[in-house]
Design a protein around this ligand. Structure first.
Ligand SMILES: C[S@@+](CC[C@H](N)C(=O)[O-])C[C@H]1O[C@@H](n2cnc3c(N)ncnc32)[C@H](O)[C@@H]1O
Length: 314
C-alpha cells in the first residue's frame, strides 16, 4: 500500500544532473537536503557518495518525511532524517556533532506530494480544507487566520507575495467571505477569486493568490533569509550551497544574498576608500541561474520556472 502511495505522489526531482554537478565536491562527508520532500534529490545524492558519505534530510512535512523514509529505507546507515525547518539545519548538525557540511541543497518549490497528496488546500484545482501549512502541527490553518487579518493586511500580502495588481479588490472579497465563514476550503478561495478578478487570465491570478497566501502562512521568505544568513557557518571551506527557486521573489532574495556575500566591500562607490569590515564568504559559481533543459521542461512542465544558483564557501 505504502509503495503504491509513493508511486502515486512521488515528486519528480528537478534538474537532478545539474544539482549533482554543482553540489558534490567530495564523495565523503555530510550533505544536507533541507527540502527532502519524497527524497528524489537525496536518492540521487546518495548514489554519488561513497559508503562514508552521509545525508541529513530535513522537511517540515511529517507525511512527506515518512514517505521518503520508506522509500530510502535501504539507505538508513547513510541517511539521517529530521522533521523541522531548514532554518534549523545548524541545530540538527550540532546535535549530530557535525561541525560543518560539504554541501547544502534547498529545492524551494511545491512537491507533487504537497500539491496532490497532502490534502491541505495548496492547489486551486482540488477541493480541500484551506490549511496551506507545510507543518500542520504548528500554528493555525489559513482559513482560521484570514478573518483576523483585515482586508488591508490581506491586500498587502497579495501584493507583496503574489505581486498581484488587483490585490485590494480581491482582498476585500476574500475578507468579506472569511468573516462570514465562507472561505474554509481551497474551492471557496478559488471561486471567490474567479468571481472577483477582472482578468481573462484568471488561472494566473489564482496562481498568484495561492502563492501569496502560502508564502505568508509559512513565513517562507523570512525563513529563507534566515537560513541563507547561517550558510557560511554551516559549510566547510570549499563546500557548496545550491538553491532552486520557482518564483521571482525567492530568486531575487537568493541572488541578492549571494551577490552581497561574494563581495569584499559594501561601501558606496563614491567613498574614496573602504570603511566597511565586510569580507566575502562565498564565490558565485553560477553568474546566471541554471534552468532546466528544453527536454526536461517538455517532460515535466512543473519545472519550467525553476532557477538554480550555486555558491562555494571560501
Ligand atoms: C519541491 S519540494 C522538494 C522535493 C525534493 N527535492 C524531492 O526530490 O522530492 C519542497 C519541500 O520543501 C518542504 N519545505 C518547505 N519549506 C520548508 C522549510 N522551511 N523547511 C523544511 N522543509 C520545507 C516542503 O514540505 C516540500 O516537501
Amino acid at each position: 500500500m505504502m509503495s503504491d502511495l509513493i508511486e502515486e505522489v512521488a515528486h519528480v526531482p528537478v534538474m537532478v544532473d545539474e544539482v549533482l554537478e554543482w553540489l558534490i565536491t567530495a564523495t565523503e562527508g555530510w550533505y544536507v537536503d533541507g527540502t527532502l520532500g519524497t527524497g528524489g534529490h537525496t536518492a540521487a545524492i546518495l548514489s554519488r557518495l561513497s559508503p562514508e558519505g552521509r545525508v541529513l534530510g530535513i522537511d517540515l512535512d511529517a507525511e512527506a518525511l515518512a514517505l521518503a523514509c520508506k522509500r530510502l529505507s535501504e539507505e538508513s546507515s547513510r541517511l539521517v532524517l529530521r522533521q523541522g525547518s531548514f532554518a534549523q539545519a545548524h541545530l540538527f548538525l550540532q546535535e549530530l556533532e557535525v561541525m560543518d557540511c560539504q554541501g547544502l541543497l534547498l529545492d524551494l518549490g511545491l512537491s507533487s506530494y504537497t500539491l496532490e497528496g497532502s490534502g491541505r488546500g495548496f492547489s486551486f484545482q482540488v477541493d480541500e480544507p484551506l490549511d496551506m501549512r507545510f507543518d500542520p502541527s504548528h500554528g493555525r490553518p489559513l482559513h482560521q487566520v484570514i478573518p483576523h487579518l483585515g482586508s488591508e493586511i490581506l491586500a498587502d500580502i497579495l501584493s507583496r507575495y503574489g505581486e498581484e495588481r488587483q490585490a485590494k479588490h480581491i482582498a476585500d472579497a476574500l475578507y468579506d467571505k472569511a468573516t462570514r465563514n465562507q472561505l474554509t476550503t481551497s474551492s471557496e478561495l478559488a471561486e471567490t477569486v474567479r468571481n472577483t478578478a477582472r482578468s481573462p487570465l484568471v488561472n494566473k491570478t489564482l496562481a498568484r493568490v495561492f502563492q501569496a497566501l502560502r508564502i505568508f502562512i509559512n513565513d517562507e521568505l523570512n525563513t529563507l533569509q534566515t537560513t541563507l544568513e547561517r550558510l557560511s557557518d554551516m559549510l566547510k571551506s570549499g563546500g557548496r550551497a545550491v538553491v532552486i527557486s520557482y518564483h521571482s521573489l525567492e530568486d531575487r532574495l537568493v541572488k541578492q544574498f549571494f551577490t552581497r556575500e561574494s563581495k569584499d566591500c559594501l561601501c558606496p562607490p563614491q567613498l574614496p576608500q573602504c570603511v566597511c569590515t565586510h569580507t566575502a564568504t562565498f564565490k558565485i559559481l553560477t553568474p546566471r541561474p541554471v534552468t532546466p533543459s528544453p527536454e526536461e521542461q517538455a517532460n515535466n512542465p512543473r519545472c519550467r520556472s525553476a532557477k538554480l544558483r550555486a555558491v562555494e564557501r571560501l
